[in-house]
Design a protein around this ligand. Structure first.
Ligand code: BDR
Ligand code: CA
Length: 317
């Protein structure tokens, strides 16, 4: 089987950590690198968190590239209310051995995409600053991007403002660059990620896998479910970011609809909203395939399969 080459661009983040976990040992994917952006926490924190997760999983060979520490235009926003002071509160990790790479994430994206045969999918689960910056720095990479799969946006409600979702609001100008790149974009927004709620029975189910990956899942969800309940009143936490990877592993997981998507850059109440033309009012060409539904039970099966694959691996505390 030819493996799908991917780069995970993220801001770990509890749900980013599960996305990395799924991507790092899938037989269907070749994870070329993990590029890091400031988002849920500062760049130092999100970079350290990625290294902790990969080391814990025995995947120290996956390189981590710290990237942009600030958005392109707006002031930085973080999500400490959800992800805590470290950005990954909950699990207690052993001392860190794994170091991030010295090469900047934007340089890594440019180098990897230029050298590629146009067969690399970029999966973003944080603000889209690194990818936007890379496209502006080296426009030749644009046509080399096979596809952008992003967790972000919403055609219903936001989660930071009534209108906007965190990853888009944290760098709307970067998201605009990505949505208007002309490359195939798949948008996995809150409309579907709020359907995969990690209820206590899901945590119990994953705990039964009983390996290092499942222990990490349980520890992460302990904090994540608590803060999602405090902030949003959800009984189960929406596991946003792994839907990107799960949808690569099983393309039938989500139902998507082509839509014209425009990011609101007006700096008003709806700054950062993804205006998705669900009903094709504007008659404009589609710029993204937007996820409109998800097979929830299949999603949890994919998560469990991902956890179980770690049983045989040498995990590295
Ligand atoms: C997104 O925001 C972050 O807090 C999560 O990691 C996810 O990427 C959900 O809006
Ligand atoms: Ca994220």
């Amino acid at each position: 089987m030819t493996k799908q080459k991917i780069i995970c661009d993220c801001d770990p983040g509890h749900d980013d950590a599960i996305a990395i976990l799924l991507a790092a040992n899938s037989p269907q994917l070749e994870l070329l690198g993990v590029t890091i952006v400031a988002g849920n926490q500062t760049l130092d924190n999100t970079s350290r968190n990625a290294c902790h997760v990969l080391q814990w999983l025995g995947k120290e060979d996956v390189p981590v590239y710290p990237g942009c520490g600030r958005p392109l235009v707006r002031d930085r926003v973080t999500a400490g209310d959800i992800h805590g002071e470290t950005g990954l509160d909950g699990p207690v990790f052993p001392p860190l051995r794994k170091l991030p790479e010295r090469e900047h994430a934007v340089h890594f994206l440019i180098r990897t995409l230029l050298d590629s045969q146009g067969d690399v999918t970029v999966v973003t689960s944080g603000p889209m600053t690194n990818l936007a910056m890379a496209m502006r720095m080296e426009p030749l990479i644009v046509e080399k991007i096979q596809r952008i799969v992003l967790m972000g946006g919403s055609y219903t409600n936001g989660n930071v403002t009534p209108a906007a979702e965190f990853n888009i609001l944290a760098d709307p100008e970067a998201a605009h660059i990505c949505f208007t790149s002309g490359r195939p974009v798949t948008m996995i927004g809150l409309d579907v990620t709020r359907k995969v709620l990690c209820y206590p029975e899901i945590v119990e189910r994953m705990a039964k896998v009983q390996n290092r990956a499942s222990r990490l899942f349980v520890d992460l969800m302990g904090h994540f479910c608590k803060t999602q309940k405090e902030v949003f009143g959800w009984e189960g936490a929406p596991l946003h970011d792994p839907v990107t990877i799960a949808s690569l592993l099983d393309p039938a997981l989500t139902v998507t609809k082509p839509m014209n998507v425009r990011v609101d850059l007006s700096h008003g109440d709806s700054y950062g909203r993804t205006n998705c033309d669900v009903f094709h009012y504007l008659g404009l060409p589609a710029t993204a395939d937007v996820a409109v539904d998800i097979d929830v039970s299949r999603f949890w099966d994919i998560i469990e399969e991902g956890l179980r694959r770690y049983s045989e691996t040498e995990a590295g505390a």
